[in-house]
Ligand binder design. Structure first.
Ligand SMILES: *Cc1c(COP(=O)(O)O)cnc(C)c1O
Length: 411
């Protein structure tokens, strides 16, 4: 399995939407074939449209607040005594995470399709919050599908959605988390696609959703490349880009401009959710070698039992609590370009504690998984190695969970 150079990874699929011949595709009901086809035509038209791009760039700058900072974590670097550690503060983005980029593109496409309603799924609540923000900004009606377990554990983001006038549709089926929310949202779209635009909150789903999302989050690495030139004069040698992986949209956005670099120069490290160390459950299909399965319209490595049924997952971070993963990351894994590992709940909490004790940043539990890996590997190198962690979310949404596990929370 080989990655081509000079072509965005999202476009390296065959005519049926498969990456590397077997990941992704469009496993959808007959009734969704046409709406998906229409959406694909719409996106392919506007992604090269000068006016569309101008509006997008304006929104990324004026509304998201471009660029998010690249900062050196001097105290953490000194404490670990190895590689230099930086953080790309994607949590600076309006709304507090990277999901705003994808939400903006979807709202713009919704407008171009002359639709007045938008719907999406959410796990950590960030995607729901961002869609509710852009819906308000663009004057769109907005429905958010969310598992009842997540509604309970991500209250601050739910409050934001309501404040923005979005309707939260509670999903009480299956595991009552993101996986069920996505299924329910797709089901709703099947019967309402003539009036409603659907967005998916990560680099997953039928091919067109993977492409729209990846096209949007690439903004992160476009900014990073410029920031590296300012800080180091060029992209430094022995660079490692560490990102947590749920569906994989922040990781793709953080890496996409660096995929053509040699692995020994720029290593890409994805960190999945290992769940509690005492439990067998996890949400780490890549690093725990799950088999290929089909979920939400795409084939990908997927946590499943021996009958091929989707298995329950578990993670302290609802943003990573998803049994499957993007076909793009399956492709990156099998081609050998990226390396995937996991951090347990306990390691993520410890990383959160250490980072917030030493530095004036407060990553959410998703990027805390990426920090856990950075903390693990930094001492193995010297200062000629540079680690950059994508701090893709802010901890405020996790305050209740953190308080419960660590006894207190302050931001
Ligand atoms: C949604 C979310 C994730 C996981 O999704 P990806 O598509 O893997 O990025 C990670 N971090 C935060 C803060 C999120 O909101």
């Amino acid at each position: 399995m080989k990655i081509k150079r000079n072509i965005p990874l999202i476009d390296q699929h065959d005519k049926n939407g498969f990456y590397g011949g077997k990941f992704g595709g469009n496993y959808v009901a007959e009734t969704l074939k046409k709406p998906i086809d229409d959406l694909n035509k719409l996106f392919e038209k506007y992604r090269y449209d000068k006016k569309f791009l101008k509006e997008r760039d304006f929104l990324y700058e004026d509304y998201v607040g471009k660029p998010t900072r690249l900062i050196k974590l001097r105290n953490l670097t000194d404490h670990l005594g190895g590689a230099q550690i930086y953080a790309k503060m994607v949590s600076d983005a309006n709304g507090g995470a990277h999901k705003i980029y994808n939400a903006i593109t979807h709202a713009m496409l919704c407008k171009r399709a002359n639709k007045k309603y938008i719907c999406t799924d959410t796990g950590a609540g960030y995607n729901g919050k961002m869609f509710s923000m852009v819906a308000k900004k663009f004057g769109l009606g907005c429905k958010i599908f969310m598992g009842t377990k997540d509604i309970k554990r991500q209250k601050p983001n739910c409050d934001a959605m309501k404040k923005n006038g979005a309707e939260i549709v509670p999903v009480d089926t299956g595991s009552k988390t993101l996986v069920d929310a996505v299924s329910e949202c797709i089901r709703y779209w099947v019967s309402n696609c003539d009036k409603v635009h659907m967005g998916i909150g990560s680099l997953v789903g039928p091919n067109v959703f993977v492409k729209i999302c990846g096209w949007s989050t690439t903004q992160i690495s476009r900014e990073l490349k410029i920031q590296l030139k300012d800080e180091f004069g060029d992209v430094p040698k022995r660079l490692k880009l560490i990102n947590c992986v749920g569906g994989g949209s922040s990781a793709y956005g953080f890496w996409s401009e660096f995929i053509d670099y040699k692995k020994k120069d720029v290593e890409l490290i994805g960190v999945e959710a290992g769940g509690r160390s005492k439990s067998k459950l996890h949400a780490a299909p890549l690093s725990k070698n799950s088999k290929i399965g089909v979920l939400h319209g795409a084939a990908a490595y997927c946590v499943q039992n021996s009958d091929g049924q989707i298995n329950e997952t578990e993670s302290i971070s609802s943003g990573l609590d998803y049994p499957s993963v993007s076909p793009i990351h399956c492709f990156l894994k099998d081609s050998g370009r990226a390396r995937y590992t996991y951090a347990t709940d306990e390691e993520a909490l410890k990383a959160f504690e250490l980072v917030t004790k030493l530095e004036e940043i407060s990553p959410s539990l998703e990027p805390a998984h990426a920090f856990a890996e950075a903390i693990k590997i930094a001492p193995k190198f010297n200062s000629s190695t540079t680690l950059i962690v994508n701090s893709c979310g802010d901890s405020l949404k996790d305050r209740d969970i953190i308080k419960k596990h660590l006894g207190s929370y302050s931001r």
